[in-house]
Write a protein that binds this ligand. Structure first.
Ligand SMILES: [Zn+2]
Length: 263
């Protein structure tokens, strides 16, 4: 299957979810094309140029066949995405130090501005990198190189392949709701509420048991408990999403499956 990109790296700046493009496109086609087309690149290696697929069914970004070789040598998009089975196997025998390092790399590389790797003209320098691109890679069932399913949670298509465990990441505003049953004294569950930074609409919530919360308490203690005090964060976690009437939900199974940083 062809890789479809639902985020893009915009020249000399940072990664944007596809919605940034389409919001402008729907308002003013010409302006979107003038601003972005020809200036968008692979969100991981930042080298392979992205082109726009304006389909009726689905809009997305792609790298055309003849540009595949422009991905950096260690870019995961040179490979195929892992199947559901391979992904399950990966998470079954999980090395928790390994996954934590992957999430930290994901947070740093996908969400922050790129300062390294630039020469004096602000151009990317090939081969002088401090950081690597292969933080989603692993060996699939046949020993073939594959990459772990992942998605920017601001990209707006969370429903897609929802039953496959993914690394979700994005910029967001956070607050935390501590559930204490009526008449009880103890917190039974923590709900980390992920809001869109702009609209402050809820994107998703992560339920965290008191046991798992203990391991994360240092990092979660600064998060406000009131929705209108929600603070901006970079967030990256791995899990399986579910959807109910109100929101997407994810249960955090291990403290090492979540990293965050105040922004
Ligand atoms: Zn690439």
């Amino acid at each position: 299957m062809k890789n479809k990109y639902d985020e893009f790296y915009f020249e000399n700046d940072t990664n944007y979810p596809a919605s940034v493009y389409w919001d402008l496109y729907d308002k003013n086609q010409m302006e979107a094309i003038r601003k972005y087309d020809g200036h968008m690149f692979c969100p991981i290696c930042k080298l392979a140029p992205l082109t726009v697929a304006r389909g009726n069914q689905r809009r997305y970004f792609k790298v055309i066949e003849s540009d595949t070789e422009k991905h950096d040598i260690d870019c995961p998009y040179r490979h195929k995405m892992a199947s559901k089975k391979e992904t399950n196997n990966f998470y079954k025998d999980l090395d928790t130090t390994d996954i934590r390092n992957r999430l930290i790399s994901c947070l740093n590389r996908m969400l922050k501005k790129v300062f390294n790797n630039m020469d004096g003209n602000g151009l990317l320098v090939r081969g002088e990198k401090k950081s690597k691109n292969n933080f989603f890679d692993f060996n699939g069932n046949g020993g073939e190189r594959k990459y772990l399913p992942h998605k920017n949670f601001n990209s707006g298509n969370l429903k897609e392949d929802m039953d496959i465990q993914k690394i979700y990441y994005g910029k967001c505003a956070l607050y935390i709701y501590k559930y204490i049953p009526k008449g009880g004294a103890d917190i039974k569950m923590y709900y980390l509420k992920i809001l869109s930074r702009n609209s402050k609409k809820q994107i998703c919530e992560i339920s965290i048991s008191p046991y798992v919360y203990n391991y994360l308490s240092n990092e979660l203690t600064d998060i406000p408990e009131e929705r209108d005090e929600a603070l901006n964060y970079y967030l990256c976690f791995s899990g399986i999403l579910e959807k109910n009437k109100y929101s997407y939900k994810c249960k955090l199974k291990d403290s090492r499956l979540l990293v965050l940083e105040k922004k």
